[in-house]
Ligand binder design. Structure first.
Ligand SMILES: *[C@@H]1O[C@H](CO)[C@@H](O)[C@H](O)[C@H]1NC(C)=O
Ligand SMILES: *[C@@H]1O[C@H](CO)[C@@H](O)[C@H](O)[C@H]1NC(C)=O
Ligand SMILES: *[C@@H]1O[C@H](CO)[C@@H](O)[C@H](O)[C@H]1NC(C)=O
Ligand SMILES: *[C@@H]1O[C@H](CO)[C@@H](O)[C@H](O)[C@H]1NC(C)=O
Ligand SMILES: *[C@@H]1O[C@H](CO)[C@@H](O)[C@H](O)[C@H]1NC(C)=O
Ligand SMILES: *[C@@H]1O[C@H](CO)[C@@H](O)[C@H](O)[C@H]1NC(C)=O
Ligand SMILES: *[C@@H]1O[C@H](CO)[C@@H](O)[C@H](O)[C@H]1NC(C)=O
Ligand SMILES: *[C@@H]1O[C@H](CO)[C@@H](O)[C@H](O)[C@H]1NC(C)=O
Ligand SMILES: *[C@@H]1O[C@H](CO)[C@@H](O)[C@H](O)[C@H]1NC(C)=O
Ligand SMILES: *[C@@H]1O[C@H](CO)[C@@H](O)[C@H](O)[C@H]1NC(C)=O
Ligand SMILES: *[C@@H]1O[C@H](CO)[C@@H](O)[C@H](O)[C@H]1NC(C)=O
Length: 429
């Protein structure tokens, strides 16, 4: 109404038609920004059913869209909306398809709200979009294939929603994409091999979906990949060998799937690997000794698999090691030499978690166990056929809060000094 009033007023004043149109457009743009943008934002507002913080109250016709809360225009003269940030506002309701008309949008931050309904495929019209964060909402429906038309997109965050359907193969043509986060949704189907085309991709999160099939071999060609997180799915097959050649890889996580194969054949070139999570799969073979050469490693969890053989002796070389979990495998120890890994681990001054329970670790538990780092919080070594005794010096491990040595053949009394471990909350004997 406001705009129409101004326009009418201006029309009455001008004599030259062309000049008049120019003045009107300028005045309108100055006051309100582009009409299309304003309509689109008002359509978004009208879809919202709950706005507990009242952020949208400022979205009225008396001020320029560029001054609306959560709305920014990069170029104050052009008055086109370039970013929308309404995160953490408790907004509920669907996202209006009119959002696709905000053609200058570069970033959309709508995370941590209660938005529901589909992700409008009109997002595909946003040719300037670089960042899309719709995470932590209640969005359902499928990931629109049209999203792939946003050729400038660098970051897509759709995690923690209720999205269903497949990961569209079309996403493989978003050449600038660096980060794709789809974790904690209900996505099905396979990991599309077309993603191998995303040569800029550095992090990808598929954690906790219902994805099946193999990890596509082609993805091993993503040389810039730093994070691959696909735990809690139904993936099967082997880890493509090329993954272990990716020199930037920091995190490789594929726990709780149906993967199999051996790691022993792998030539580790992973000089930046920090986290390797492969627990709850069907891996077999030995733990490769070359693993002890990945000095960047700080978390290793290969528990609940069928690894066999000895635990490699050189673990002490892993100066950054914090978490070492090989619980529930078929690892073996018979003679003193097989326990060298434990002496060696006393070198890891940051170790917090050591678990090798539920294996076939026989022979004598070395008394050097008391010389593990005082940072140790969990020592889970129960359910092994080993003998020996728990020395009184176990009290050195002052930060221990969980100690499990259950059903081992440890001789002698449980040292009374255990009572000095003031953080101990869990004791399995
Ligand atoms: C507003 O933007 C749209 C889309 O970019 C364009 O088609 C339209 O001409 C613009 N309107 C004005 C008044 O500038
Ligand atoms: C429009 O919003 C601004 C900023 O919140 C406020 O100062 C103004 O009173 C509002 N105008 C109307 C007509 O609601
Ligand atoms: C904006 O988008 C809506 C829905 O996608 C459409 O119906 C409308 O015609 C578009 N154009 C303008 C100028 O609002
Ligand atoms: C999705 O993209 C196709 C072209 O690839 C286009 O025809 C269709 O209109 C788009 N849908 C929307 C809602 O933008
Ligand atoms: C997207 O939102 C999530 C959840 O709040 C947040 O952790 C993440 O940093 C955001 N990403 C960007 C690029 O804004
Ligand atoms: C997603 O999966 C969970 C677990 O199976 C289920 O409880 C939930 O209803 C599913 N949601 C949708 C939208 O399918
Ligand atoms: C990926 O690239 C190959 C060729 O490099 C091409 O044939 C294929 O169509 C591309 N896939 C997608 C989804 O862009
Ligand atoms: C790993 O890289 C080396 C060269 O650095 C190459 O010879 C080898 O074939 C690669 N292995 C795989 C499985 O791609
Ligand atoms: C560790 O790396 C060094 C140097 O590359 C090599 O000589 C040694 O054999 C490696 N150790 C293991 C256990 O692979
Ligand atoms: C312990 O760490 C030092 C470096 O701090 C290293 O030289 C030594 O080889 C390590 N010992 C073992 C048993 O790995
Ligand atoms: C523990 O370390 C100390 C100091 O290095 C050493 O004197 C002692 O013999 C070690 N104890 C065991 C049981 O290895």
């Amino acid at each position: 109404m406001e705009t129409r009033g101004n326009t009418l007023f201006l029309l009455l004043l001008c004599s030259n038609w062309a000049l008049c149109v120019m003045i009107t457009l300028t005045v309108e743009a100055t006051l309100h920004g582009n009409e299309t943008d304003r309509f689109a934002l008002l359509a978004f507002k009208s879809g919202i059913t709950s706005d507990p913080t009242g952020v949208l109250n400022s979205w009225n016709n008396t001020i320029s869209v560029c001054d609306w809360e959560g709305v920014s225009c990069r170029d104050k003269h052009l008055k086109r909306v370039t970013s929308l940030d309404l995160s953490y506002r408790g907004l509920q309701g669907p996202i209006s398809p009119f959002i696709g008309n905000l053609s200058f949008l570069r970033s959309v931050l709508l995370m941590n709200n209660g938005l529901y309904g589909d992700i409008p495929s009109e997002f595909g019209q946003l040719q300037q979009l670089r960042l899309l964060n719709l995470s932590f909402n209640s969005l359902n429906g499928v990931i629109p294939a049209n999203l792939s038309l946003c050729s400038e997109l660098i970051t897509i965050q759709l995690e923690n929603n209720q999205l269903t359907g497949i990961i569209p193969a079309e996403l493989g043509c978003m050449t600038k994409l660096e980060s794709l986060n789809l974790q904690k949704n209900n996505l099905t189907g396979v990991i599309p091999s077309s993603l191998a085309n995303l040569s800029s991709l550095s992090e990808v999160f598929f954690f906790s979906n219902w994805l099946q099939g193999n990890i596509p071999e082609e993805l091993g060609g993503l040389t810039k990949l730093k994070v691959f997180e696909a735990s809690n799915n139904m993936l099967s097959g082997k880890i493509p060998a090329q993954f272990f050649n990716l020199s930037y890889l920091n995190i490789f996580a594929a726990a709780t799937n149906n993967l199999h194969g051996r790691l022993s054949s792998i030539d580790f070139k992973l000089q930046k690997l920090q986290t390797l999570y492969l627990g709850e799969n069907q891996f077999t073979g030995t733990i490769p000794a070359s693993l002890t050469n990945i000095s960047s490693l700080w978390e290793l969890d290969i528990s609940t698999n069928s690894f066999s053989g000895k635990i490699p002796a050189g673990l002490g070389g892993l100066q950054n090691l914090i978490f070492f979990n090989v619980i529930l495998n078929q690892l073996q120890a018979d003679i003193a030499e097989d326990w060298e890994f434990l002496d060696s681990l006393t070198n890891c001054s940051q170790l917090q978690f050591l678990g090798f329970g539920l294996n076939n670790m026989g022979g004598t538990l070395p008394s050097s166990v008391v010389n593990l780092s005082t940072t140790l919080q969990v020592l889970a070594i129960g359910y092994n056929p080993m003998t020996g005794s728990l020395p009184a010096e176990i009290q050195n491990l002052i930060n221990l809060n969980s100690l499990d040595v259950a059903t081992c053949n440890l001789k002698g009394e449980i040292p009374a000094e255990i009572g000095k471990l003031s953080y101990l909350q869990w004791l399995g004997l």
